[in-house]
Design a protein around this ligand. Structure first.
Ligand SMILES: [Zn+2]
Ligand SMILES: [Zn+2]
Length: 693
């Protein structure tokens, strides 16, 4: 007997012999210990072969035979008849299969779809502790154990209608488009309650959000809720994972990787705030948890709900085309009014400081005197985005990236937000030795300092990546906010997402212009979503809310739609632009980033890249013409990426555009194959990129 074993490393599986005494124990989905290179490794059985040449398992395609010379483990006889010696599995670690069949299928799908490997997908899907050859320790979660009393709401007519559509269905995908405060979470909870014995996976975009959602779910499902996110220790992660695997819980809540929750029999997947970019992983395996969830729902044959107040342009388009069932909530619960949105023109307004207009400051003071809370957003952390010498104009750049360094006042360092390196600024200018150094621009630390000086009696907390690094720190901030120990919560986009603080009546954007004019086709969509989401945090309780957006570009068209909370209007405008430029949803994109060490090599390398691409596209073009089929494929570039250098690598990119995802991926694979032997370049593929910077 032979078995195909997948390891959590960036390759496909390897074939091993199964010793006779282990034959009965080896099952698809079980962990085994096997010799690997000079040591041993724990892997998962993904295919079993009794006596034929084909390895078949879990409905998987025959395992790919890896003839890569670097692989030190010998592989099965190949089709051309070469005999190779196989190594043997050493032991089987599980009595029963550990990884459910459908999850294995999903892992393989992810590896293929994202033009990566099943091994890397496995690494992302299963906590690393599972692959350690030892008993896992018990992890304890230190969250507050008090479960809040059950709060049963009466559903609105719209909620009832949406819920009954969902409950009627056995499978299928729904887009739940509900304005902020319309009670989407209550629908999620009831849809899960209606599942009977089956389980549910709930994805949220941000670790900071799990706190409130977990509380809400625990008040209804008590101990039957597991959650995981990047803040868990390895032990906690394994213990949560095992609870899910053993069906000890009914609901698994988490960020991105929760899409791989190892339920054997899930009945429903929920993606809250489906439009959020944080569902996309930017490093390593570049998957979108939303799209993987849609694939999983198909593989499992179950239902999936995409929820949002500001659906992604793609999802709304698919709903219009009938690919998603459209469910709408147009009213806030208890007929609470939508917040009023005001755009503050900073070119005209009286300013109290560089960051605050008199108007906004007065609003904040008044809100404080009335005992309500406020949210203030600036989507840029640090103190100031750059230091500049007033004599010669010198600014500090990251030595490794083409990015100006952000000054952080708490650490007195200049930080690179791309590669995380930092340096200490000198007292004088490194270029001209001048001493007139100025802080240019705003970051969250600076607007915090400003506000502390302007309204000293205010209890102010900052929430951004710098203040939430420590475990559970986000949780404490949210709790303090709920208990009204904080008057104003100030932070990056983290504060705009999904929180439900009933006493927040004012939400403000200090400097909206940070979000505008990024050279990317999704930037206006992001802006609209971010500001509408922030607006949605205001006035969720008994007092109605107001939103203030300070900007130096008040004419920017997106503000009109934000002011009127006009999603449909925004969508109409955006979808026409996308159509004109044939961007998604009218096409599929694959981005290939080519990076190299020496700037001087760039021109030579790109010449060779262009020549090779021309060769195969010309070839395909002529082939297509003879087949008389429609040409639906386009390559843009190679051209320099907007961010020219990251971590000492110079970056160029190719954008591949096509109508059909599968054939686009095939073509991308061909192109990558022809580029593979070019010296000194790194090739990085991003299927369905969400930005092209
Ligand atoms: Zn200078
Ligand atoms: Zn850097």
């Amino acid at each position: 007997m032979q078995a195909n074993i997948l390891f959590p490393i960036n390759t496909e599986g390897f074939t091993y012999l199964v010793p006779e005494k282990l034959e009965i124990k080896v099952k698809i989905g079980s962990r085994v210990l096997a010799p690997f290179k000079r040591g041993k490794k724990v892997g998962i059985v993904v295919g079993i072969n009794e006596n034929t040449d084909m390895l078949v398992g879990a409905g998987l395609a025959p395992a790919r035979i890896d003839t890569n010379k670097r692989a030190t483990v010998k592989v099965a006889p190949t089709k051309n008849g070469k005999e190779i010696t196989l190594k043997s599995i050493e032991s089987v670690l599980d009595e029963e299969p550990l990884i459910p069949d459908n999850l294995l299928k999903l892992i393989q799908w992810v590896g293929q779809y994202y033009m990566s490997t099943s091994g890397l997908a496995l690494k992302n899907a299963v906590p690393s502790g599972i692959f350690e050859d030892k008993k896992s320790g018990r992890g304890r979660i230190t969250y507050d154990d008090a479960i809040k009393p059950v709060n049963i709401f009466k559903l609105t007519y719209e909620q009832e209608k949406a819920l009954s559509e969902i409950n009627k269905a056995q499978s299928g995908a729904f887009l739940l488009h509900g304005v902020t405060g319309s009670g989407k979470t209550e629908i999620y909870i009831r849809a899960i309650e209606a599942l009977g014995g089956r389980e549910a996976i709930v994805l949220v975009p941000e670790i900071a959000l799990t706190t409130q959602i977990v509380d809400r779910f625990r008040s209804r499902f008590q101990e039957k809720v597991a959650f995981f996110h990047s803040g868990l220790s390895p032990g906690e992660r394994i213990s949560q994972w095992r609870k899910i695997r053993n069906s000890e819980v009914k609901v698994a809540i988490g960020v991105r990787s929760a899409v791989f929750a190892p339920f054997k029999n899930p009945g429903l997947i929920i993606i809250d705030e489906e439009h959020e970019t944080s569902y996309k992983q930017f490093e390593g395996l570049k998957y979108s948890a939303r799209d993987v969830a849609l694939a999983r729902a198909k593989i499992e044959g179950i239902k999936i709900i995409l929820g949002s107040a500001t659906p992604s342009v793609e999802s709304f388009y698919h709903a219009k085309k009938g690919k998603l069932t459209y469910l709408e909530l147009t009213q806030r619960i208890e007929q609470k009014p939508m917040p009023r949105v005001e755009i503050i023109d900073m070119t005209r307004e009286d300013k109290e400081s560089f960051s605050y207009s008199k108007k906004l400051l007065n609003v904040l003071k008044e809100n404080l005197s009335e005992g309500h809370q406020s949210l203030i957003m600036l989507n840029r952390r640090g103190y100031s985005p750059f230091l500049m010498c007033m004599d010669c104009g010198y600014t500090y750049k990251c030595p490794a990236c083409s990015i100006t360094l952000t000054y952080h006042k708490d650490t007195k360092t200049l930080n690179c937000h791309y590669c995380n390196s930092f340096l200490k600024p000198q007292d004088d200018c490194p270029q001209c030795k001048g001493i007139k150094i100025k802080y240019i621009g705003l970051g969250t630390q600076r607007v915090e300092e400003d506000l502390n000086a302007l309204i000293p009696e205010l209890s102010l907390k900052r929430m951004d990546r710098d203040t939430t690094r420590k475990k559970l720190s986000h949780y404490r901030i949210v709790k303090d906010m709920e208990e009204k120990k904080i008057d104003v919560l100030l932070g990056t986009q983290m504060i705009a997402k999904g929180h439900d603080f009933p006493d927040v009546t004012v939400a403000a954007v200090v400097f909206a212009d940070v979000a505008l004019n990024l050279p990317d086709f999704r930037s206006s969509e992001r802006t609209f979503q971010l500001f509408t989401q922030l607006a949605g945090r205001a006035g969720r309780g008994d007092v109605s809310g107001a939103v203030y957006i300070q900007t130096y570009e008040p004419e920017y068209y997106v503000f009109d739609y934000v002011r009127n909370q006009d999603y449909t209007g925004f969508y109409q405008k955006e979808i026409e632009l996308r159509k004109e430029l044939s961007y998604p949803p009218f096409s599929k994109l694959i981005r290939v980033v080519l990076s190299f060490r020496n700037k001087e090599d760039g021109v030579k390398i790109m010449k060779s890249v262009s020549a090779r691409i021309k060769k195969i596209t010309w070839h395909q073009n002529s082939k297509l013409k003879t087949q008389n089929s429609k040409f639906d494929f386009e390559i843009l570039g190679p051209s320099p990426a907007s961010i020219e250098k990251i971590r000492n690598y110079w970056r160029w990119h190719l954008i591949l555009k096509g109508k059909n995802s599968k054939s686009l991926r095939q073509k991308a694979a061909e192109i990558i194959e022809t580029l593979k032997d070019i010296k000194d370049i790194k090739i990085d593929v991003d299927v369905d990129p969400i930005n092209l910077l």
